[in-house]
Design a protein around this ligand. Structure first.
Ligand code: ADP
Length: 510
């Protein structure tokens, strides 16, 4: 059969779907547009070779069904080749169609007859849409919808959909359980039918807020329920139609009564702790006052007594006075350390950084402790390897830190002494304290700077003290951004190194 190259075929090329034309007499395909070619994988050659209509149907049964469909449009005119007068049917029919490679797809077909000059059907045009993708999409929509439905149904949160008038459109299982009502008793009802007036007002207030603001909101409010008040957190989310109008509100509510209660308990615990802290600070301040005042009297009058005894003082009595001094010094140091700790913990300590000579401060402290060291027959040696020893620091806190480290050096050393070295390495000043004392074990090293810890504790404790000195030193050095490093060997001695950085960040306070 000759190929009929009709004028209109060229317009069909541009159709957004696949179009084929069939010659009714030979039942062969005489035209396929580009989309049809790519859909079925046939080409112009196949058509020229007289591609049979049967070839595009997956089974004989489907092919025959297609013929019956076509015949049903205008049976007599078609069979008798008489003029076709009926309106073409625009119904859509799905067929299992076949591609050239034998695979199949689901095609949605719409047909019309091609009439000759006497209105007799001579051909049929079939417009075909590949439904496979759409069907897959539909299937995945259904699957997704199912997934969401399962999620919503199994959620422990109350999930509900309410329209602009307050009519409850849909609720999940958790909501029915919470309301102790069946789904059908709630869906389709107005909020006011379900809840008492005051609760309805609260709910409608929420919904209106979301309608007016057109935004999602989360609100936490006490909800008066039948016989008790529950705290509910609700997020209300406007649901918009395709043109963007808010048509409903999706609400997600959670009972947070327990969480609120534990929040309140926490808040109360914090207030209690703050109060307890205040009481503790007050107690420390009272007790230090109560110890300091009588101690000043004891040391003051002991001094005067020693003076008035003058030359008559026997060597043993001289020792008594020494004991009094040592004991009172020890007591005052302990009290001072306690005050310092509570000051640091309260955060009331104010730094006053200045550019100062570090060497001068170390010398001063060496002098201060020389007598104590000499008494134990220990050496205190200070080596300053640089004159360039000016640096920014807060004198009071750095003084306290170095004082504590030096005191420990003397306290924990029985033979030898403490050697202190100041040197500049590049832009940093290094102060190294080396003692020949008892050393620190590796096990204890990690807790060295913890408040109230000591290496020998309890009954085996050999040295005085309450474990505050190094913890305080560390806190003071941290405030000044000074690094501290420790190196020690049990039985051989310890080395504490302080590193003062040149780029000292603190500025002189005004
Ligand atoms: P205290 O000296 O009052 O016990 P510190 O905080 O000053 O408290 O020191 C904590 C512990 O660290 C001490 O109990 C001691 O065991 C150990 N320690 C500190 N400095 C030295 C040192 N130079 N040599 C050996 N042990 C030390």
């Amino acid at each position: 059969m000759a190929v009929i190259k009709k004028e209109e075929f060229k317009y069909f090329e541009f159709l957004p779907g696949a179009l084929i034309e069939v010659d009714l007499t030979s039942r062969s395909i005489i035209f396929m547009n580009r989309i049809a070619f790519s859909l079925f994988n046939f080409d112009q050659k196949d058509i020229e070779n007289g591609l049979a209509l049967r070839e595009i149907f997956f089974t004989d049964a489907e092919y025959e069904r297609s013929i019956r469909v076509a015949e049903s449009f205008g049976l007599e005119s078609y069979q008798n080749h008489t003029a076709y007068s009926r309106y073409e049917k625009q119904d859509l029919y799905d067929f299992k169609m076949r591609k050239k490679d034998g695979s199949y797809f689901l095609g949605e077909c719409q047909g019309s007859f091609v009439l000759d000059e006497h209105d007799v059907p001579v051909g049929a045009r079939i417009y075909i849409r590949d439904l496979s993708e759409q069907r897959q999409l539909e299937a995945s929509h259904i699957e997704n919808e199912e997934k969401y439905r399962t999620l919503v149904e199994n959620s422990s949160d109350l999930i509900f959909l309410v329209d602009t008038q307050g009519v409850i459109l849909s609720i999940n299982k958790a909501t029915t359980q919470y309301l102790k009502r069946k789904t059908e008793e709630v869906e389709g009802k107005n909020v006011s039918d379900i809840f008492p007036a005051h609760t309805t007002n609260t709910i409608m207030g929420y919904l209106n807020k979301a309608f007016i603001s057109n935004k999602s909101l989360t609100l936490e409010t006490p909800m008066p329920m039948t016989n008790k008040t529950e705290w509910i957190s609700t997020s209300v989310n406007p649901v918009r139609d395709v043109s963007g109008n808010v048509t409903a509100i999706l609400g997600i509510s959670r009972n947070i009564t327990e969480r609120r209660r534990s929040d309140e308990r926490l808040e109360q615990a914090l207030i209690d702790a703050q109060n307890a802290n205040k009481v503790k600070d007050q107690f420390i301040s009272n007790i230090t006052h109560e110890i300091r005042t009588p101690m000043t009297t004891i040391t003051g009058f002991a001094g005067r007594l020693k003076q008035s005894l003058g030359e008559d003082l026997k060597p043993a009595e001289e020792d008594y006075f020494k004991f009094i001094n040592h004991a009172s010094d020890r007591l005052l140091r302990t009290v001072d350390a306690l005050i310092n700790v509570s000051q640091l913990e309260a955060g009331t300590l104010k730094l006053n950084p200045k550019r100062l000579h570090l060497g001068q401060l170390i010398e001063l402290l060496c002098e201060k402790h020389r007598a104590e060291a000499t008494e134990k027959q220990l050496e205190i040696e200070y080596i300053q390897l640089t004159d360039d020893d000016e640096i920014w620091y807060d004198e009071h806190t750095v003084y306290q830190a170095i004082n504590n480290i030096m005191l420990n050096g003397i306290k924990y050393t029985e033979k030898g002494g403490v050697s202190i070295k100041l040197e500049r390495i590049k832009k940093q000043l290094y102060v190294t304290f080396t003692d020949t004392g008892i050393g620190i074990s590796d096990d204890y090293r990690d807790r060295l700077f913890q408040l109230f810890t000591q290496e020998s504790e309890g009954l085996t404790k050999e040295y005085q003290g309450i474990g505050l000195g190094l913890a305080l030193a560390k806190k003071y050095l941290d405030l000044n951004e000074v690094e501290i490093k420790v190196d020690s060997q049990k039985g051989w001695g310890s080395t504490f190194t302080l590193i003062f950085h040149e780029h000292f960040p603190l500025k002189e306070s005004t």
